[in-house]
Design a protein around this ligand. Sequence first.
Ligand code: MG
Length: 309
Amino acid sequence: MFTDAVEILDERFKRLVFGNVRLETLWTGGRWLEGPAYFAAGKYLVFSDIPNDRVMRFDETNCVVSTFLQPALNHNGHTVDREGRLVSCEHRGRCVSRIEHDGRRTILADRFEGKRLNSPNDVVVKSDGSIWFTDPTYGIDSDYEGDAAPSEIGASHLYRIDPATGAVAAMATDFVKPNGLAFSPDESTLYVSDTGASHVADGPRWIRAFAVGADGATLSGGEVFATCAFGLFDGFRIDARGHLWTSAGDGVHCYAPDGALIGKIRAPETVANVCFGGPKRNRLYICATSSLYAIYVNAREAPRPVRPA
Ligand code: MG
């Protein structure tokens, strides 16, 4: 009934995929693709090709992929903020930056307690304008995806940039290598992956779930939500009904809000990150090693909660 790309593990997944829809290969030729972010107004997707030090753009109107930014300071994760601006994690810049509407680059965070960040990896903007990002060492571990350097902080944390003051606060300090992150549709839960198994034998290969405090600026909990059965969870997104669509070694794994693995979109290459796009935000873009893939699903990106008064 379903194409080869779809693997049903739970009846609930059948409602999220289509029987006649295939995985499309949109582009190939990268080395390690990451950081997809969709610009609805421009009908295009940007994504990183980290080792090639470039950010690419897929134009939905003509299906052309072109270079968006090069050199790109080895950008990794991207997101689009509420004002439609690109927010970037820069490995080589060792910072989180933003491209303003006039094209200028603003550095939003490059230090914590006076020490340089490691290499920001992935980022999300909350409805209150706060910016949450992870800071593992992948961009300073070698010269392949950044500039090799020792960690000044000596650890890899989850951080929040305050929208009013710009202050950078550590929100969780017990990660080995924090990586992808996303809020639940109502922003009551923050999910953060830990890919520490890349550095520590039998280390973390899971996604944790934190309860977000009523003030939107505190976290509690942090228990393991799901453990990756194949490869590592890198980046992920959450749809409007709370399903978590995450990267994994053999494709995209889809989890129900209760933590059950309900299905997979199999991909021919290791997946690093995904992003909803298209006019209805029901097209799942997939950054997988050397290639950009996409598949239409019966799920869509959650509309952002109304900004608090
Ligand atoms: Mg990542």
